[in-house]
Write a protein that binds this ligand. Structure first.
Ligand SMILES: *Cc1c(COP(=O)(O)O)cnc(C)c1O
Length: 374
């Protein structure tokens, strides 16, 4: 048996949509599939201004531009995150202030944020690890107290909620990723959510390569012209054609992934009780569709288990190399972030996709069990 870590899943609609696109040039020009995707997404995020981007990375770059991030600014974020979270701000000259994560939630430690706020701080990035929500109520209160912007890196958060509100739609700004590694995928794509109305207008300029194309499309100006900085952030139509099919099927995709994680949880619980590893909290399980992970007792055990499973055709993955300890990250100064290091060394992600059935899960679980029996 060969079990991939991730899989985009089969659908007859990808090719159908792409054929429709090529059948008439106007479909490209009118952004046929992007508009259908947006209509779909707007129902999920009724209070946000939405922009489909080529990636969540692109969305974060628009946010950094919107906030006029520059040299001397500081942005507080976890070290246990993807490079894009930091790069969007660092490439504008900001200093990333890396703080540790909470060992249970794997999200940014709010206590440590407060200790790191200075007069240079502009924003806090709340990255929802595995799509599990940060405590946004507490973060909002902290941001309001210190006049900071709250940015949600909800790259892994599509379909997950915080107090019945969709992740990404709660901070001043949010991004979601539709990369092939995420639960809903355009192969490559992203969504920018502007939740602070003061920034909608300029976001449109930056998104449209620094032009007032939106004003033109709304019939407010006779032609569009260069009005601001910007770049080509749009999602392309081929990716939108794939994304639409995924969005139309998202309830079943998310439900399938949620069932996979519940099966893992159920079957692996006895081993957790024997102290072999730690599972994600039961509370996080209800809201889980991005990934399923184990936290082993040490790095040796994690790496060994991963190799063992690989020999049985099961692909598993660890996750981030802590940013503060990376080649670039070290240039921002030394930090002691013990939880980040520990989780980075001991976390192991199991296969998670819609091609997995109960027999696959049982096979994987049995191999995990037999690892300790041999
Ligand atoms: C995947 C990911 C990104 C980047 O998303 P892209 O769409 O690939 O640019 C950013 N932040 C986090 C936390 C991610 O997991």
């Amino acid at each position: 048996m060969k079990i991939l870590f991730n899989n985009i899943g089969k659908s007859t609609n990808y090719l159908k949509n792409i054929e429709l696109l090529y059948s008439n040039y106007t479909n490209f020009r009118k952004k046929h599939f992007s508009n259908l995707c947006l209509a779909h997404l707007q129902k999920m995020y009724p209070t946000s201004k939405l922009m489909l981007t080529h990636s969540a990375t692109g969305g974060l770059e628009i946010i950094a531009e919107l906030l006029h991030i520059q040299k001397g600014d500081e942005v507080i974020m976890p070290s246990f995150t993807f490079v894009s979270t930091a790069n969007a701000f660092v490439s504008k000259g900001a200093t990333p202030i890396f703080v540790d994560i909470d060992k249970n939630t794997l999200n940014i430690d709010i206590q440590q944020i407060e200790e790191n706020i200075s007069h240079k701080t502009k924003a806090i990035v709340a990255m929802h690890y595995g799509g599990h929500p940060c405590d946004l109520k507490q973060l909002r209160a902290l941001c309001d107290k210190h006049h900071l912007f709250l940015i949600e890196d909800a790259a892994m958060g599509f379909g997950n909620h915080y107090n019945n509100q969709s992740l990404g739609s709660i901070g001043d700004f949010g991004v979601i990723s539709f990369d092939i590694t995420k639960q809903i995928s355009a192969v490559q794509g992203g969504l920018l959510l502007i939740n602070n109305p003061d920034y909608v207008k300029r976001a449109g300029y930056i998104y449209h390569i620094g032009t007032n194309r939106e004003d033109f499309m709304e019939g407010n100006v006779p032609y569009y012209e260069w009005v601001d900085v910007g770049s080509k952030y749009q999602l392309n139509e081929l990716n939108a054609a794939v994304l639409l099919d995924q969005l139309e099927r998202y309830p079943e995709i998310i439900a399938h992934r949620n069932i996979v994680s519940k099966l893992y949880h159920y079957y692996l619980k006895p081993l957790e009780l024997q102290g072999k590893f730690r599972l994600m909290s039961d509370a996080n399980l209800e809201n889980n569709c991005h990934e399923y992970y184990l936290i082993l007792n040490d790095q040796f055990e994690r790496d060994n288990l991963s190799k063992y499973l690989y020999n049985y055709g099961i692909e598993t993955m660890f996750h981030y190399i802590p940013l503060h300890n990376s080649a670039k990250g070290r240039s921002f100064g030394h930090r002691e972030l013990p939880n980040t290091i520990e989780i980075s060394e001991t976390l192991l992600r199991l296969p998670m996709h819609t091609e997995l059935g109960e027999t696959h899960i049982q096979y994987i679980v049995n191999k995990i069990k037999s690892y300790w029996e041999e």
